[in-house]
Ligand binder design. Structure first.
Ligand SMILES: NC(=O)c1ccc[n+]([C@@H]2O[C@H](COP(=O)([O-])OP(=O)(O)OC[C@H]3O[C@@H](n4cnc5c(N)ncnc54)[C@H](OP(=O)(O)O)[C@@H]3O)[C@@H](O)[C@H]2O)c1
Length: 332
């Protein structure tokens, strides 16, 4: 297959390029060149925000795989490139909020973004809806097909967000006698290994899967994920669950970013938002590796990097929080 990857140099796109090249496909990646391309692919430098950004890939492709968030980039690419099949990487954020419900592909979506450019992450869901629409309509008009892959949380080696990686890393490097965790053991975590998602995206290109597919991991309760993270780390310390009002009082954030306990969402309306119904993708051949393997490989990758962590508590923050929890004032 002659495969064009729009992107292919960052976390997911790189994994897709490696997977496709490993299967013997002829892979071309187009990006601006912020990071080196993977081995065994043809790299074409191009800026999709420039009018002639796709000039060097205006060719006939067996499939195109696209990871952008910008509707204008999608519209131009769908109009300019020739292919019978498009695989667009979308997101769970396309679904209109429906508290307590596991999203399925037929559920209502948020309104599409009106313009060409997503200005901020607030517009992420609407921008992806607009991208999906441009792909679906453009490919239908050209007589082709399109996979809309609505990805949930992605983890695994190379994930600089550290949302999954924080936990095995923290258990491997405790800042004291325990690891602070949210006291929410039943919270439904769903995370897909980037390599499993990449493999399914290449399957989707090969098989020209048509339509929308939720693609994430099986739901595992947070308590089990944390226990598996501790095992992956060979931890000698225990988890110390802290109730949610106390975490809020201590200024601990949920989900991601600084001073956070990642992977978990404190907002009751969003508890199910990433726990997508994946029956359709599973029926199409989605294969998921054991969580223990993802955690072990993610920890190994975390150990190789020394950049400041994007998610979790620093040692100093965890120590400060532990001290406040242990102080008689907080205990009272
Ligand atoms: N992480 C998650 O948990 C999660 C969850 C759900 C869905 N997703 C989706 O999964 C995908 C992740 O993709 P990714 O990991 O490969 O990361 P990404 O950061 O979205 O990758 C962007 C890619 O496009 C290229 N690019 C950006 N601007 C460009 C431009 N103007 N012209 C040409 N190329 C450009 C980048 O390379 P250059 O900078 O060199 O141009 C890079 O290769 C996204 O679609 C995201 O929305 C992620």
């Amino acid at each position: 297959m002659r495969l064009l990857l729009l992107g292919g140099t960052a976390f997911l796109g790189r994994a897709v390029a490696i997977e496709a090249a490993g299967r013997g496909h002829e892979v071309t990646c187009l990006a601006r060149g912020s990071a080196p391309p993977p081995d065994d692919v043809t790299f074409v430098r191009g800026d999709r925000d420039e009018p002639d950004g796709l000039a060097d890939v205006r060719d006939e492709w067996d499939a195109v795989i696209d990871v952008t968030r910008q509707p204008g980039q999608v519209r131009r690419a769908v109009a300019e490139l020739r292919t019978p099949h498009w695989v667009f990487v979308s997101t769970a954020n396309v679904y209109a909020p429906a508290p307590g419900v596991r999203p399925v592909e037929t559920d209502a979506l948020v309104e599409p973004l009106a313009g060409d450019v997503m200005g901020s992450m607030e517009e992420y869901g609407p921008a992806k809806v607009a991208c999906e629409k441009a792909v679906r309509e453009g490919m239908a008009a050209a007589g082709g097909s399109a996979t809309l892959a609505r990805a949930g949380l992605i983890g695994g080696p190379g994930d600089v967000s550290g949302r999954l990686g924080y936990w095995p890393w923290r258990f491997a490097h405790p800042s004291g006698p325990d690891v602070i965790v949210p006291d929410d053991p039943d919270f439904p975590v769903a995370v897909i290994d980037v390599r499993d998602l990449a493999a399914w995206l290449v399957d989707a290109a090969e098989q020209r899967l048509d339509g929308a597919f939720n693609v994430t991991g099986e739901v595992v309760p947070l308590g089990e994920v944390l226990a598996a993270a501790a095992r992956a780390a060979g931890a000698r310390v225990r988890a110390r669950p802290v109730d949610l009002p106390t975490l809020a009082e201590l200024g601990v954030n949920a989900w991601m970013g600084p001073r956070s306990l990642p992977l978990w969402i404190d907002d009751p309306d969003l508890r199910q938002a990433t726990a997508l119904d994946i029956s359709r993708a599973v029926a199409s051949g989605l294969r998921l590796r054991p969580l223990a393997e993802t955690l072990a490989d993610t920890l190994a990758w975390e150990e190789t990097r020394d950049a400041p962590r994007a998610a979790g508590l620093t040692d100093a923050e965890e120590q400060e929080i532990r001290a406040r929890l242990d102080s008689p004032d907080t205990r009272a």
